[in-house]
Design a binder for this molecule. Structure first.
Ligand SMILES: CC(C)(COP(=O)(O)OP(=O)(O)OC[C@H]1O[C@@H](n2cnc3c(N)ncnc32)[C@H](O)[C@@H]1OP(=O)(O)O)[C@@H](O)C(=O)NCCC(=O)NCCS
Length: 216
């Protein structure tokens, strides 16, 4: 565990993984006073206190943790086609992404690659059957039928990380139902050539996945 500006930052990457992966607890701080004005304003749009805290942790990772990590005074972002925040200016050689769920916000950083991360609380209520039919390919649906809720969240987080690495998110229906993700800790997804690392974390309370695509 490291500390940045008094916030405990947990290192969630495993040895040998080609990215930096960190997590902060969303209740680690009162985020608002630590944030630049524009970032603070974005958090104020959330009326629900836990959603506001998750947004606060997310803004802190972008505005405070990230510049320190990259040794820059500040980082600039531009927005990709489907809303993906992309690093710009002096940080443009780096891929970055983040996810927030339940009690944690996670950030991933890798040089020279497009990267995506997803964290899913396995306690979240989800209509597995209906969602599965909508977004999973045939082989993926078979995996979920065999593995139930645990398999559903494991697959959902892999799929979302992959879609976030590509930057399209769920908007690209052509990719969403075509992937062939598998129940393994690491794979190169054959349709997209995106690499996906995944595992359960915090005693199975969350499913975590990181995906890396060529390019930025
Ligand atoms: C990107 C997306 C998968 C995120 O889903 P979510 O459940 O809100 O997820 P997470 O907490 O995992 O991630 C949120 C973060 O992803 C990042 N993000 C936003 N759009 C992104 C995109 N297209 N690709 C990658 N990352 C994206 C942001 O940093 C965001 O956090 P922030 O707003 O606090 O900065 C979803 O919003 C999406 O598919 N967006 C694309 C547009 C779209 O299709 N919208 C309809 C949704 S069905």
């Amino acid at each position: 565990m490291n500390s940045a500006q008094g916030i405990p930052v947990q290192d969630w990457a495993l040895p040998g993984e080609p990215f930096r992966l960190v997590a902060v607890a969303v209740d680690a701080a009162d985020w608002a006073p630590r944030l630049p004005v524009a970032a603070r304003r974005r958090t104020e749009r959330f009326e629900d206190a836990s959603a506001r805290a998750r947004a606060g942790a997310s803004e802190w990772l972008k505005a405070c943790w990230l510049p320190r990590e990259l040794g820059l005074a500040r980082v600039e972002f531009e927005t990709g086609a489907n809303g993906k925040p992309l690093l710009a200016g002096a940080a443009s050689a780096w891929g970055f992404n983040l996810s927030h769920a339940g009690a944690y916000a996670v950030a991933v950083l890798a040089r020279g690659a497009a990267i995506g991360v997803d964290l899913e609380s396995t306690a979240r209520k989800a209509d597995i059957e209906r969602l599965g039919r909508r977004v999973f390919s045939e082989s993926e649906q078979a995996w979920v039928r065999a593995g139930g809720t645990e398999a559903f969240f494991a697959l959902w987080s892999r799929k979302e990380a992959l879609l976030k690495a590509l930057g399209c998110g769920w908007a690209d229906g052509g990719i969403v139902r075509r992937t062939r993700l598998e129940p393994v800790a690491f794979q190169m997804e054959p349709e997209t050539r995106v690499q996906v690392w995944s595992r359960a974390v915090l005693a199975g309370a969350y499913a975590l996945a990181v995906a890396r695509a060529p390019g930025r």
